[in-house]
Design a protein around this ligand. Structure first.
Ligand SMILES: [Zn+2]
Ligand SMILES: [Zn+2]
Length: 357
């Protein structure tokens, strides 16, 4: 057992906007399961959505899905890791044997669930994960950097889908942590120019620091005009949409050139509608449309490789460290984009709020 006590501290979302920091049972590992002592867990925008009740029916749940830690205990039959090893995990758990799992599309497995979204997550001292999903952290990568594996794996997935090629002009719509990361990965993929559209100057500046060539504050400039003027009025080869609103989906279709590629990562609202005119544009432009909403399979180790090599510098993304007990402060900071926040990481062993940049 991890300690003599069978209790741990955790942030439990009891109901909409009711987050309580309390003592709960440490998860018990069964066969094939691994208990991880959480060392760091990032705050994602979807944690805020869960808190506000915009994302899935809320039940008592411990959120937190961007985590890294040490193996504390292994269940029967676990061979890949042993206690003390440093690990992260692919949060997408599936059966492994159904049609979709065999098609390497486990997100559509009928038994699929995401750790920290559909089951208890890592805003706690311990979390339980199936061995199948465990990934070892490379030597030299800190816990808080390794915790960025999850969001980065999602971005790798969308950049893969966008098929970014050497010399492409790539537009990223969205200046949040995922948009900034997409800009970085597009640049690493050999884009000749990366244009990031958003409406927060400090985030756009961060995108530039991470490799964007052109930044557009859409509250001051017409982003379509910027893209057209940068591409001989053709439009971009690739547009990656990381916002998820009808307006920005529309921008994506307008900004891409004929025969170009659009990759969608921004999550639309359940009742959002797009006008049919745009469908006509998609047809006439012969667009390739791709969607990605999570990073699975190889994306995790590829994300860790980029983080470990510093090709992707997570240190530039983390603006705040907070104690687990300050989770609500962190959620509010992320929601309000207060204090020039980009990424907040919770550390169970820390107290208070520390601003890093
Ligand atoms: Zn997330
Ligand atoms: Zn399955």
């Amino acid at each position: 057992m991890p300690s003599s006590s069978s209790k741990m501290k955790a942030a439990v979302l009891l109901d909409v906007e009711k987050l309580e920091f309390k003592e709960v049972d440490i998860p018990k590992v069964g066969p094939g399961e691994v208990l991880v002592k959480v060392k760091a867990c990032g705050i994602c925008g979807s944690d805020v959505s869960m808190y506000r009740g915009r994302y899935l029916p809320v039940k008592p749940i411990i959120p937190g899905h961007e985590f890294a830690g040490d193996v504390a205990e292994v269940g029967e039959g676990v061979k890949y890791v042993k206690p003390g090893e440093r690990v992260v995990a692919d949060i997408n758990v599936s059966c492994g044997v159904c049609y979709y799992c065999k098609r390497m599309q486990k997100l559509f497995c009928p038994d699929m669930y995401q750790v920290g979204i559909h089951s208890n997550g890592a805003f706690a001292e311990y979390i339980k994960v199936p061995e199948q999903n465990i990934i070892k952290i490379p030597t030299g990568v800190s816990y808080e950097h390794a915790a960025f594996m999850e969001p980065l794996s999602c971005v790798i997935s969308v950049v893969d889908r966008a098929n970014v090629a050497l010399g492409d002009v790539v537009v990223v719509i969205g200046d949040g942590p995922l948009g900034i990361s997409a800009a970085r990965l597009a640049k690493l993929s050999g884009a000749s120019a990366v244009i990031v559209c958003g409406h927060h100057d400090y985030r756009l500046n961060k995108a530039k620091e991470m490799g964007a060539d052109i930044i557009v504050n859409t509250s001051k400039e017409d982003p379509l005009e910027v893209v057209l003027s940068e591409t001989d009025r053709r439009g971009a080869d690739v547009v990656i949409e990381v916002v998820g609103k009808p307006t920005t989906y529309r921008w994506a279709v307008d900004m891409v050139r004929r025969g170009g590629r659009v990759a969608l990562m921004g999550v639309p609202g359940p009742t959002d509608k797009l006008e049919l005119m745009m469908f006509n544009d998609i047809f006439n432009k012969e667009l390739s449309l791709n969607v990605s909403f999570a990073g699975t399979y190889d994306k995790g180790i590829r994300a860790l490789a980029l983080i470990g090599s510093k090709k992707f510098d997570v240190g530039k993304m983390i603006t705040h460290r907070i104690g687990l007990e300050n989770l609500l402060d962190g959620l509010m900071m992320v929601e309000r984009k207060a204090d020039n926040v980009i990424k907040v990481v919770t550390l169970p062993e820390m107290k208070g709020v520390e601003k890093l940049q």
